[in-house]
Ligand binder design. Structure first.
Ligand SMILES: Cc1cc2nc3c(=O)[nH]c(=O)nc-3n(C[C@H](O)[C@H](O)[C@H](O)COP(=O)(O)OP(=O)(O)OC[C@H]3O[C@@H](n4cnc5c(N)ncnc54)[C@H](O)[C@@H]3O)c2cc1C
Length: 310
């Protein structure tokens, strides 16, 4: 495991560092590379720009580990308003939520009710509601949340992380439901008994997950694969596998993060692939941004550059 990655992921949970970083203008400038702004208006402007290029979006309001019911209610109200705007303005967009942003830690029943309300609102606009996958403290609970809301709402999608040893079994158990799954490598600091330490094993697992979602029985059950990666070597391999398995490009999509792998996003659109970018916005960007730095420590250079640009 990369020591710099570990350091940055440990930093993502450090309150002192968060206070320091969020006060600094140069850090905010560096964050702008991955985030169009802190407000939903800025996110929707960026969404319209992406849509013009033929790229769909997923919107996510940053925030996690909320321990206050009133704040969770505000998150619910915010997303309901956002979904209404997506519907009204004809945005090709979806919303993705984190259970802990809906106060999962203090009230699972409320979190479940809010998720169902949001899935209902998304359904009314003909779109899917996604559930992000957080650290392993929440894997079991998030799967249960997904299963519960999925009973009433088939427009619910779930993120599964290829770096987890348990994920193969989790995916197998979900396949009979014909689930919409966003496959990602995984962004949190996890111990080796839970997560594969080597990139090669993670990539292999990612590829295996796509193959399972593309299997005739999964597709017959209605499964959908959203492939969340910027890894162009992996993407090439996935493309070859889709062709070999006779999976049409219209039957799956790629999802990348706003501001990352821009050339790859445009290349995929040009090649006729479904592409979506995940746009994050909001004031609570610190832990999320630290995870982006951990994915590619070279991104620290952008922080340094913005410091000297001031
Ligand atoms: C749409 C989407 C949704 C996601 N949702 C979740 C989630 O719910 N839960 C979760 O744990 N994780 C989530 N992630 C993050 C994911 O787990 C990975 O941490 C992240 O995508 C980096 O992995 P990669 O597949 O791009 O491959 P990597 O092997 O990490 O990277 C491949 C290449 O992509 C480029 N790249 C990757 N990351 C960055 C970066 N931050 N900055 C610049 N270049 C970069 C680099 O060129 C790198 O060489 C999501 C990612 C995406 C794209």
């Amino acid at each position: 495991m990369n020591p710099m990655r570990n350091l940055l992921l440990a930093g993502s949970r450090n309150a002192w560092l968060q206070r320091q970083a969020t006060r600094r203008r140069f850090v905010k400038l560096a964050v702008r590379r991955f985030m169009p702004g802190e407000t939903v208006d800025e996110a929707l402007v960026a969404a319209a720009e992406q849509n013009k290029l033929g790229i769909g979006v997923t919107l996510t309001h940053l925030g996690e580990n909320l321990n206050d019911r009133a704040e969770a209610d505000q998150v619910l109200a915010h997303y309901l308003a956002t979904l209404a705007r997506i519907g009204r303005d004809g945005v090709r967009g979806e919303v993705s939520i984190k259970p802990t942003q809906l106060a999962y830690d203090i009230d699972v029943a409320m979190c479940t009710a809010h998720t169902r309300t949001l899935a209902e609102a998304a359904r009314a606009h003909g779109s899917r509601l996604w559930i992000d996958m957080e650290g392993t403290d929440y894997t079991e609970g998030t799967l249960a949340l997904y299963r519960e809301v999925r009973r009433t709402h088939s427009n619910l999608g779930l993120c599964l992380q290829a770096y987890l040893r348990r994920t193969r079994a989790d995916l197998e158990s979900l396949l009979p439901l014909g689930p919409a799954i966003r496959v990602v490598k995984g962004a949190y600091a996890e111990p080796q008994d839970k997560a594969f330490p080597d990139k090669q094993e993670v990539d292999e697992n990612f590829h295996w997950m796509a193959e399972r979602l593309w299997s005739p029985e999964a597709r017959a059950a209605g499964a959908w694969a959203t492939l969340g990666t910027h890894d162009h070597v992996l993407i090439e391999r996935l493309e070859a596998t889709a062709a070999r398995m006779g999976v049409a490009p219209s039957a799956y999509e790629y999802a990348l993060l706003y501001g990352i792998g821009r050339a790859e996003q445009l290349r995929l659109v040009k090649a006729g692939r479904n592409v979506r970018v995940l746009i994050s916005y909001g004031a609570h960007w610190f832990p999320w941004y630290m995870r982006r730095l951990a994915e590619r420590p070279a991104n620290l250079l952008f922080v340094a550059r913005s410091m000297f640009a001031n």
